[in-house]
Design a protein around this ligand. Structure first.
Ligand SMILES: Cc1ncc(COP(=O)(O)O)c(C=O)c1O
Length: 444
């Protein structure tokens, strides 16, 4: 494998062309020149854990489509299912055996899923979960944590980006900072913000606001400020508090679902959320979202004068449902999740070793299939405010740009996280450690 991938002439040419018709030359701001310098790398094909760009450079991929590719690129079983499905007719927008097959497997794997509704993205799933929670409780407000991302639906788009600590306001009453223009400020009147991983502060906020809340929504592992695990017992305490105030506990497993355990973090941490949302790994590279929970809540979508509306031409897309069923079969295989940990944990340990030997102040947070590197003098990053104050995100970006030059594909954005798929191998991990060592030597 070529370890020097510096020449990206054709990538630059594509970027120049793309900018003529696509905003920033891409279809999501996290993929453009604001993140990748001097511009994005145009990728052409992937196989297993490896990727190739248009200039023929090869990379080991640790971004894995932001976690969607749980089995890597072009997994033979997924290719087979897609080829067959597409030849038979990809979608009918009608009842199919495929959605039954997918739902039965989903139900078997996700402990709290009495029933499931499939949508097309994680954002659609979290939108629907909030609508269901509001309908079920008859309340409008909900609580979201600082630094958590639940998709780009208006009410979730605040306090999701990093800001200087002076702008954040007191923890007991955080300033509401929109992540986007174009959202009426009144939308945020119904959103209560709290710091995460901080039970005393949450309790004090709930004493003030709890009785008006339809839901508390949380990621089980904070995955959009890198990778921040919950403190021991924290998630169960949040769930208990939500119930104490008559609110639903929504666990957003769009990132963690099917990754940390067959049944996601609810299984890993023994939680029973009222609603849970999924996406990414559920679709093994195809667009998917899902909301699951008890029939008593999801049945509110049944056709009636008072139903919770959830339409969608592409809901239960036949081809995707076949992929989901095949994917869940693969994920139910013996030892699959054990292997994800057996690959991820040595990668984490190896990176820690590199930073220690190179005397670089950096920590690696997370475990098993997902982790993040923080350039910081702190021993741990516990929440959004730590991230905003103590993490050198610019240094991380420089580090990842060096890694890209050494054949490791990852986004330079510190807010994302490293992903281990079922097809990453020991040589991939060794390659990462070697490249990280070289990148450390090059860090100024
Ligand atoms: C925790 C979480 N929830 C929801 C979403 C939205 O998912 P999608 O990008 O599929 O709309 C994301 C996306 O990164 C996420 O990380």
């Amino acid at each position: 494998m070529d370890t020097n991938t510096k020449l990206r002439t054709r990538s630059r040419e594509y970027f120049a062309r793309a900018q003529q018709y696509l905003v920033e030359g891409v279809n999501s701001p996290s993929r453009g020149a604001a993140v990748y310098s001097p511009g994005p790398i145009a990728l052409e094909r992937g196989r297993g854990s490896h990727l190739w760009d248009v200039d023929g450079n090869e990379y080991v991929d640790f971004m894995m489509s932001f976690g969607a590719l749980i089995h890597g690129h072009a997994h033979p079983r997924i290719v087979e299912v897609v080829s067959k499905s597409i030849a038979e007719g990809s979608h009918f927008a009608a009842a199919t055996p495929a959605e039954t097959e997918a739902a039965e497997r989903f139900r078997r794997m996700v402990p709290s899923a009495e029933v499931v509704r499939f949508a097309n993205t994680g954002s659609e799933a979290t939108m629907l979960a909030l609508r269901l929670a509001r309908a079920h409780t008859g309340r409008t407000k909900f609580l979201k944590f600082e630094g958590h991302y639940h998709g780009w639906y208006d009410p979730y788009c605040l306090n999701g980006h990093s800001h200087p600590i002076e702008q954040l306001g007191p923890p007991e009453n955080p300033a509401k900072i929109p992540d986007s223009e174009g959202i009426p400020p009144s939308v945020f009147d119904d959103v209560i913000i709290a710091p995460w991983n901080d039970l005393p502060t949450l309790k004090s906020i709930l004493r003030r606001e709890g009785r008006d809340l339809a839901a508390i929504i949380t990621e089980p592992i904070m995955a959009n400020m890198g990778c921040i695990p919950p403190r021991d017992g924290y998630l169960q305490a949040v769930c208990d508090l939500a119930h104490h105030y008559g609110a639903l506990f929504i666990l957003d497993e769009v990132v963690t679902g099917f990754r940390y355990a067959p049944g996601g973090c609810q299984q890993l941490f023994h939680l029973t959320p009222d609603l849970c949302t999924f996406g990414k790994a559920l679709g093994a590279g195809f667009p998917i979202g899902a909301v699951a929970g008890p029939r008593a809540i999801l049945d509110r979508m049944r056709w009636s004068e008072h139903m919770v509306l959830h339409y969608g031409t592409f809901n239960g897309h036949r081809l995707t449902m076949n992929v989901v069923a095949a994917n869940l079969d693969l994920l139910s295989g013996e030892g699959v999740h054990r292997r994800l940990f057996a690959t991820g944990d040595p990668a984490i340990a190896g990176l820690r070793d590199v930073f220690r030997k190179r005397k670089i102040a950096a920590i690696v947070q997370g475990f098993g299939p997902m982790f993040q590197i923080y350039f910081t003098a702190r021993d741990a990053i516990y929440d959004y405010r730590d991230y905003c104050q103590y993490v050198d995100t610019k240094k991380y970006s420089r580090f990842v740009h060096h890694l890209l030059d050494h054949g490791i594909y990852m986004t330079p954005s510190n807010g994302l996280h490293w992903i281990i798929s079922t097809v990453h191998s020991e040589p991939d991990v060794r390659r990462l450690i070697e490249a990280a060592d070289q990148a450390c030597a090059e860090l100024s």
